[in-house]
Write a protein that binds this ligand. Sequence first.
Ligand code: SF4
Length: 380
Amino acid sequence: MSNFCFAPFIHRYIDTRSNSLLCCAQRKMQPPLELKDWESKDYQRIRNSMLTTDEWLPECGECKEREEAGATSSRMIYNRFYKNLGEPELNIINGTSYEVPISYDLRMNNLCNLSCRMCGPESSSQIFKEAIKHPHLWPGTKTKENYNNMNVEYILENAENMFELKLLGGEPTVQPETKAILQRLVDVGNINLRLNMTTNGTNVNANYYDLIKQFKNVFIQVSIDHYGPGHEYIRGPAADFPTIWNNVKRIYEQDWAGNLSMELAQSIQTFQIFDFWKLKQEASIQYPWLDDVASFIVYDPDMYSPRFIPKEWKEKAIDIAKAEDGYEGYKHIFYLINEYETDLTHVIELKKYTEMMDFARGQYLKDYFPYVHSLLQDIE
Ligand code: SF4
């Protein structure tokens, strides 16, 4: 079955509200699953569908699109991981013979020192504060929402059966729950699991790195969206690009007990669509030991997504990329954005919202992405 995915059999994604999805790529499921729902009817229905149909599930649209564009999908990654595990026997009730999830993607809480424009209060405590101060910037924020209520006991109990742990946030290096889980893994001797962490790279906290560098198979993604000050615009006033860029090297130079792989993760939105590839060009010169610069287009919120920009903008971005040697490695990105029709409502919303956000933050688009700023001036 070409669309088969092992994620529903082995993996749990849990967000900062303690809701669970099949994986980070899954499009919405209503209502979301809960942490202890591993054997629920919904899960069993999905596993059964995976085993009995060739069709893509409605939840799996992002993987479908990425694969059709020739890009690597989460499905491909989970399927590889399952094979590396020795292919434990599958079952519909609780996934595999381990009977519990063996791979976790955890966003423990929203503690974070950055305020990325495409993020939200559910993943950034700084944005949560901004939403309280400027409610018009983050409409719909529930000021009483609790983003810090994950019960880690269930995860701690299963620490010995964990083969993969992904940590995001918020910012995992400042999450006490994350440290508790890492400490438990060390205590039970499970230091050979595949440990993936995505960090914003703003600091190299010694306490945290003393813990994580004991693991034997570590993969770290540092989120960097643009080479230079554009990163500070996208990620908010607290993002200092020189510090973050230097921290990529500091992380790499820690005294790692085992294998370390590192890459940069770039979220491509309308702001950098005309020069996003420069990050990879600089990284390959300055940090040739990085494994990759993984680039993803922003899907949500729609206004930031380069999928909906005018056709002429897309063509211009391709022309510039070709002229500046940035096209070949990113054909899949241009393929993806060309799959969508222009929708000016999203571009108009971006213009309006960016003006409000810039005013509140004292960071102005024209100072960071002057070309995009000039294009937006002509949009009405
Ligand atoms: S196909 Fe993709 S979206 Fe669907 S469960 Fe697998 S990894 Fe998740």
